[in-house]
Design a protein around this ligand. Sequence first.
Ligand code: 2HG
Ligand code: ZN
Length: 470
Amino acid sequence: MKQVSDKTLQALTDIIGAQNILRDDEAMAPYIVELRGRFHTPALAIAIPETIEQLQKLVSWANDNRIGLVPQGGNTGMVGGQVPKRGNEIIVSMAKLNRVRHMDASGGYMCVEAGVTLKNAQKAADDAGLLFPLAIAPQEKAQIGGILSSNAGGLQVLAYGYARQLCLGVEAVMANGSLYQGLSGLKKDNTGYDLSSLLVGAEGTLGIISAATLKLFPKPKGFETAFINLSSPKAALTLYSELLKRLGTSLTTFEMMPDFGMQMQIRHKMIEKNPAAKNSEWYVLAQMSQLPGQSTNALSTALDSALNDRVIEHFTIAKDERIRRQMWKVREQLSGAQSKEGASIKHDISVPISAVPELIERGIEAAKTILPDIRPCPFGHLGDGNIHFNFSQPVGADPKAYMDGAMKIHEAIYGIVTDLGGSISAEHGIGQLKTELLKHHKDPVAYDMMKKIKLVLDPNNIMNPGKLFD
Ligand code: 2HG
Ligand code: ZN
């Protein structure tokens, strides 16, 4: 393991102060090991700047000394983008840059720093009588900077959009230490390249996002939330198009999961019982956010028709906030439930929405041909065509041996995705997990443009080295 040299440590101390540097293994561990425990490369140190000026000085010094920086928010990323790849980088935690700088309720936006947690951003909007609609499960940990850098999606994309669509502009520290001041409350600004949008989703490879202006929405007057029993992804697709016709953008969540996802949570006592009144092969969590003037039971009326037409088998409406939370919990906990079942081979993919049933059918068949006892767990954002096509290891299998055979499953699934005109990364990004895949699946002209942009903006490759590109 590389040790930080005395010279480097002195320089770091001069820039951010000894109290903002972590070096011993125990203190660094939470920053180095990520959620899935897949990446364990050590870092030289953790730097936690307290001001934008400190951050600028730190980046400029790293650039002069060719030291790689790994920006990190809440360390909830799924593709190893927020942890080191080489072992000689410094992790830059944004946790102390956590102020809500400005709230403009009448303009419908707020300006927050990168280290503000999602939960606190949601709360700031709520306190101002508005809604910041991005909804991903680890809201207490995930931070705005990481959310924007990885262009996160979540459970309400279908009505409100993903991170890039929720951002009006960013402020970022560029590789030479300069400050890009793209914070804007403007809805319209047609002045050339959209640099903020380029920095969003760049996974910290072009600059470090230090603050952002975020769009806010009217707070719904209430919710109607349902847990729906159905027999197949095909039925779920039919239901989705029916609900969309009837509810339009007030349909804010449409998430699908297999019974395996439910049974795992019951087995591991993560929920007391199935929030649907009965078991079924598949479930959908659907939510309508009630807009002013809209009837309170538009979702149940639509579901009644779907029941009459035999599109669905049954549905349960959350009768109070406690049950609504339980329904969401079952969906939000799916990822955690899968980790309790041993190793899991994952694919965060998207296809045109109408192709989701075919994707799932062909994917399960292909994986079972390779490994008959594999346990498919395809779930997620059907309304975005984004399925987490995950596979739990066979019961009793050796996790390492299972993961060693992942490539065959990956090839089968990504082959089908490509065939259906889909993407190899719908919402988790590339990080260090999918650099090879990106090289092979991205349009060559687009890939070349991306590399050229990287070279111009970060000629010394200090910005999150080894992410997006090897
Ligand atoms: C979700 O939608 C997350 O729950 C995680 O994107 C998905 O664990 C996964 O594969
Ligand atoms: Zn997801």
